[in-house]
Write a protein that binds this ligand. Sequence first.
Ligand code: DGJ
Length: 734
Amino acid sequence: MSIIYKQEEKYFNLHTQNTTYQIGINQYGYVLHNYYGRRIADVSMNQLLNLYDRGFSGNPSQAGRDRTFSLDTAALEYTGCGIGDYRISSCGVLNEDGSMAADLQYAGYNIYRGKQGIPGMPAAYDNGGECETLEIVLEDPCTKLRAVLIYNVFEKADMITRRVRFENHGDGAVRLERALSVCLDMQPGSWDLIHFHGRHCMERQPERLRQPHGITRISSKRGSSSHQHNPFVIMAAPETVETNGDCYGMMLVYSGDYAAEIEMDQMNSTRIVMGINPDTFSWKLEKEAVFDTPEVIMGFTHEGLGTLSQMYHRFIRNNICRGKYKNARRPVLVNNWEGTYFDFTHEKLEAIAGEAAKLGIEMFVLDDGWFGKRDDDCSGLGDWKVNENKVHLARLAQTVNEMGMKFGLWIEPEMVNEDSDLYREHPGWALKIPGRDPARARYQLVLDFSRVEIVDAVYEQIASVLSSCNIEYVKWDMNRSLADTWSAALPADRQGEIRHRFVLGVYHFAERLVNDFPHVLLEGCSGGGGRFDAGMLYYAPQIWCSDDTDAEERVLIQYGTSFGYPASTVGSHVSAVPNHQTGRISTMDLRGMVAMSGMLGYELDLTTLKKSDKTKVRQQIKTYKKYADLVMNGNYYRLTDPVKEPDYCAWSFVSENRKKCLVNFVNLHTRANGPLINVRFRGLNPEANYKIQGEKNQGGQKIYNGAALMYGGYIFPVFTGDGETVQLYLQEVR
Ligand code: DGJ
């Protein structure tokens, strides 16, 4: 049993293998957060609560003359609003009488084995017997609004997922102005916030801040999880490093507007809340209606950031990603985008495919430009009919298949160009506000995916193309942020629902796609990694990580991405030099090593590749295939920090049984007479010996001891050129 209720002392313990999460119910009927951290026995932790009379922190009426209990200072499991807690709230309401208060008090609980899905939304799933669920019902005695707090305990994975179901049991409608998924009042102490910010072409860069007094906010209101901030944050004790220290992760399983707010209050206590971004959200909850928030994946470890990342990697691989390719090696692909952009002919595509087949590439992907009048980005989006003047899709797919490769296709379902038949026929299908001209981005408008009939109409068009020939991969792109949100289908007082309904429309499309085309490998994309989140990973087991294909920049992007997401989710390609984003010329070895640290692909005109590069491509593909299982399913270690040490970077993949390890080292900037580079390996068996393949200048295979490599380190040779790489493969020897 991972969930225990202690009736007399009135607390729940949620135990995972190494952690305990404790929830208490106090004498006044409030649900308190007692503890989350290293595993403890079944003892009450309510000694951690802040029970002092504090000036200007009032008391609920049930407390009578007891001035020590205040909603303003108590550690709460989930807050109400407008009733005397002045910190950030988990929810916000507008009642029929105009009041803005919700007093959420304990009203019961339920414990059961297994886990229920969330209607219409992605969520972690139970593979059978992995999970136990606790539901705690909170109710406002006055309005009868209920918030059901749902906790799913994945004992072995050391993960807890949380979400909230709002139920309106009152007599009238209530408006939810804020409906967050999670609230965590941390143990007293200082905490650092680690979050992942970025921009188009430089996503998920880690930043670590000591949490100041006041509120820090990480969020998106772009209609997608965004390039700018990722819906994953870590709270770490100040001394926490890769290899040691307390840290908590919070990852939202959601692909739209979101916010994580962190507040250090007057008592130096820290609260973190996370969920749908309240700025762009307002939901009318009719009598008897239900609203489900998205889910948050929470993890804790005292073993540092490296272990926390591995916990998320495992969980995403096992409990988020689904389908045929969940654990299967992904085919090595060539994508024509950077090779041709819009400027291709059928013959040109065949020529690239022909070269690809000769090099051992396993899939040819036709990117943007195959449909409608799509010769540049000004027109054609929305017209999902093959442009036969440019390409004969069925013939191309067949030729590619005959060459022994799979065939894949690019789509961008949520978008429309004004210069398209779809827009001319249905101008009202695009998001725009009556009387205003909508903002364009990349010359495109956004379709109103909050309307399921529009989603279905686009889906039918695309599905008919996908059924027209043997398509085994789809790249789903999204190339602008939302603006001008207004929907003809909703009355004025429900327009605040559009952004969330839009995301539900995206999920509806995705669910249909994966159900109707289970053999298809779906790759997510939003101008690279603008929608790189656990929500999309529920449908697409890999996501194009960034539009920046420069290997040196990719080292940073993949480093930041690795904090929350496994290598199996990272689409990564070798592209041409000079690089199209930076103009940098990097070696084929560097480009190959970086790309094969994710799901390997090529994105260049292979017909112009030099002979020597072709030899390298063949070798890279062989190497990728050889180590694919380690890269996809091994434990990932960030061995160096390329932000602090920008001259080089090393990372490794270690098998669960510690018998095999792949170390990738890239030399980014050579220094004349440079200092020694010593890297300590991690995750090996300290007692085992390893033979190492791939050493430079060592003259034959040497045997190394695991402890020596981890506690002493490994000295990499002196490098003579930028972009040199070393790949070491360690195997345990008896
Ligand atoms: C943005 C994507 O990230 C690129 O890889 C490419 O598919 C273009 N869109 C096509 O328009």
